[in-house]
Structure formats: structure tokens, C-alpha cells
Design a protein around this ligand. Structure first.
Ligand code: GRF
Length: 187
């Protein structure tokens, strides 16, 4: 199970996946980190973990299709079989969707289908929900819309935003590697 992680930011989920592999909890190989942000902290994590990284700025390409074709060349050369999105702040376009049918997954910090898109935690709090949660789902052309694979819920109990964010991350770091392991073992 050769996986490429796509991330635009801190990469704490990349780290959790890497740690789960190292600890024998996830049978996979991290073959590539892809980022659209050449200054993203995930690149430092990738370097520290000894994982190949590809940083390409979409602005440097004439189209999204061209940008994704450049990524695809590297995915193929590393033999990536799964694309694992972890805080990658772009929609996946037809080039990658067609190259990896049912092989692209994402993690999102809400109980989808509620609160897709940006600041899902803020949206959940603003809506006055009693529960928040995390969803792992297959990626399609929409924003956080593909079939749901796994979900975990927790009660908010009037916690402040920072505490909620910490709870979400703790759940993500456990749920993502565990869900990938299940997904790979049923293939
Ligand atoms: C996570 O909360 C994930 O659900 C969302 O973006 C965040 C990425 O965090 N899509 P990190 O970069 O993995 O720390």
C-alpha cells in the first residue's frame, strides 16, 4: 500500500500516519508528500521522516490540469497507489480523479454532510451543535462530498474553540491511520 499524502499546512496528520506505520499499526509505505505551499511545515516533517516531497505552486502552471499532470508524473514514478489528503486546501481535479478512481481519501473536521468547506469547526460552533466530529471519506469532484468511510463524534459540552480543536486533532490522529488500515486490509 504505497501512499502519497497531500497537505497544505502543518501536517500533523501526516505525522500521525508516519508514526502509525513506524509503530506497526498501519501496513503502508509513505512514498511521497505533495504540497501546494512550498513553505508548509509539512515539508519539514517529511524531511525529518525521510519521505520524498514534491512542492509545486499551482500559480506556476497554465492550468489546474497541467499542475495535476506534473504531480501525476511524480506519483507514478514513486509508485503511489493511494492519495491521502490531510489538510490539502484544494479541490482535486479530473486528472487525478481519473488516475486514482476510489483511491483518494480525505479527512474533514465535521460530521459530514454537515459543514463542508473551510473552518468546519467554527461552523459547527456557530450553529450551536451539541456534538462535533471528524469524517474520513472518499474524494469526488465536490468539496468534502464523497462517500463516507468512517466518522467519530464527541460531545461539545460548552468547550471553548481551542479545546475543541485539540479534541478534533486527537481524534483525527487516531481515526485516520485506523481507517486507512481497514481500507487497505479489505482490498
Ligand atoms: C485537519 O483538521 C483536517 O481535518 C483538515 O485540515 C487539518 C489539517 O491539519 N482538513 P494538519 O495539517 O494535518 O495538522
Amino acid at each position: 500500500n504505497k501512499i502519497a499524502v497531500f497537505a497544505s499546512g502543518s501536517g500533523s496528520n501526516f505525522q500521525a500516519i508516519h508514526d502509525a506505520i513506524r509503530n506497526g499499526k498501519l501496513a503502508a509505505e509513505l512514498v511521497l508528500v505533495v504540497t501546494d505551499k512550498p513553505d508548509a511545515y509539512v515539508l519539514r516533517r517529511a524531511a525529518a521522516a525521510g519521505v520524498e516531497a514534491l512542492a509545486l505552486r499551482p500559480q506556476d502552471f497554465i492550468s489546474k490540469a497541467d499542475y495535476e499532470r506534473a504531480i501525476l508524473i511524480e506519483l507514478h514514478s514513486q509508485g503511489a497507489e493511494w492519495l491521502v489528503l490531510a489538510g490539502y486546501m484544494r479541490l482535486i481535479g479530473p486528472v487525478l480523479l481519473e488516475a486514482y478512481p476510489n483511491r483518494i481519501v480525505n479527512i474533514h473536521p465535521s460530521l459530514l454532510p454537515e459543514f463542508p468547506g473551510k473552518d468546519a469547526i467554527g461552523q459547527t460552533l456557530a450553529a450551536g451543535r451539541e456534538e462535533a466530529g471528524v469524517t474520513v471519506h472518499f474524494v469526488d469532484a465536490g468539496m468534502d462530498t464523497g462517500p463516507i468511510i468512517a466518522q467519530r463524534t464527541f460531545r461539545l459540552d460548552n468547550r471553548d474553540r481551542q479545546t475543541v480543536e485539540e479534541a478534533v486533532h486527537r481524534i483525527e490522529h487516531e481515526l485516520y491511520p485506523a481507517t486507512l488500515q481497514k481500507l487497505f486490509s479489505r482490498q
